[in-house]
Ligand binder design. Sequence first.
Ligand SMILES: Nc1ncnc2c1ncn2[C@@H]1O[C@H](COP(=O)(O)OP(=O)(O)OP(=O)(O)O)[C@@H](O)[C@H]1O
Length: 280
Amino acid sequence: MKLQIQGIDACHPSAAPDSAPAIKKMSLHIDSGEQVALIGPSGAGKTTLLQVLSCTIKPQHGSISLNDQKPWALSKRKLQKLRGQLIVAPQVPPLPPRQRVITSVLAGRLPAMNLMQSIKSLFYPVDIPAAHSALSKLDLPEKIFERVDRLSGGERQRVGLARLFVSPAKLWLVDEPLSALDPTRARQAMSALTETAQSNGITLVCTLHQVDMALAFFTRIVGLRHGEIEFDLPTEQVTPAMLKSLYSQYEHELLGNQDRELIEKQFERAAPIVVVNNCR
Ligand SMILES: Nc1ncnc2c1ncn2[C@@H]1O[C@H](COP(=O)(O)OP(=O)(O)OP(=O)(O)O)[C@@H](O)[C@H]1O
């Protein structure tokens, strides 16, 4: 799916009336099948941008189009149909506690279903092989019939990501997919997401706090700060100086607990990290 925003201002519906827009005069074009990482300090507007792209937040100014359709000019029914062509993976997936993992995973198909199909699917999870295959990509197939409230935080996050793999959507909007994952699992998940998206021609837009992951797995990086795009570049053109400027006054977010020299070396690395696919 192709995305285009032009001169967008956007605010959260619950924001104070006098607050500055979370997204300011932003323009961005993303081609069908592209994989883009959104990085930047906390509060930069990454999640808000995903909400604008998912047609959850209506911009105050500017225009947006998805596959050349202007969502906010569509009828309710057509807007719903358009939303069915995309899927959002929030940072904390909304998983009903007593639900089985299989049902939660297959819920990835709900946005593309009508009401009757959705209700039926909640009671009769029919496609066990698809759920199993999706969970296997994240090394979690043995939990397929487990209850969601018996999973760890990282396992829940992986269930939320497994939804993407069963969805027919052509646009994946993924918010902080690695926040509850250890480094090995994080690489495994990132590898599964980018490889599956690429082989299925899916457009992937993903917010990340882990800059090294963004540099290792994405070909295009958009740096956001204070609701504006500070840079939008092919990964190989992103320099340590740009990253320092993007995170200036927020260096703790960039460096975390790692040594500055180590992370600078990571920025300079051109080749992707070697991914361990089976880490059990
Ligand atoms: N539900 C909300 N209601 C009102 N304002 C909000 C809401 N969510 C975010 N904001 C504001 O919008 C701005 C952008 O927030 P956003 O969540 O998009 O940033 P972010 O870059 O995703 O941050 P983080 O990395 O911490 O998730 C911030 O100033 C924030 O305070």
